[in-house]
Design a protein around this ligand. Structure first.
Ligand SMILES: [Fe+2]
Length: 119
């Protein structure tokens, strides 16, 4: 499914929705954010994956420091969304049941949204 990510220009809150309806936060319209568009290391942000025994393990090769870390990983299939949030110091890795074709997303607090398609 197609989902749209938005970020608040004031507080930095990130949300997702299914459509392009205007959404506001802090009394302002939110900016739409696209994946893989920030000038930062692709290898350190794009979610990587392995599929074994109908499980998909998703990881991001990124530091998890207090001021620079992966905030969440998301797996979006045709009709389901799986999400795991992370704190600094944790390992940005998660295993879900593998559901076939999907898009993987990761979100860095400094370098925004990244994605990888699983065909
Ligand atoms: Fe980063």
């Amino acid at each position: 499914m197609n989902i749209v990510f938005r970020k608040c220009k004031k507080c930095g809150n990130v949300i997702w929705s299914f459509n392009d309806t205007n959404v506001s936060c802090c009394n302002e319209e939110m900016s739409i954010i696209k994946s893989n568009e920030v000038d930062a290391s692709f290898e350190k942000h794009v979610p990587q994956y392995d599929i074994n025994d109908n499980k998909i393990t998703i990881r991001v090769n990124h530091v998890m420091e207090d001021n620079h870390y992966i905030m969440w990983i998301m797996m979006v299939t045709d009709n389901e969304i799986y999400y795991k949030g992370f704190e600094p110091g944790q390992t940005p890795e998660v295993t879900f049941d593998y559901k076939g074709k999907c898009t993987l997303y990761s979100y860095c607090n400094l370098h925004s949204l990244w994605s990888n398609k699983v065909e």
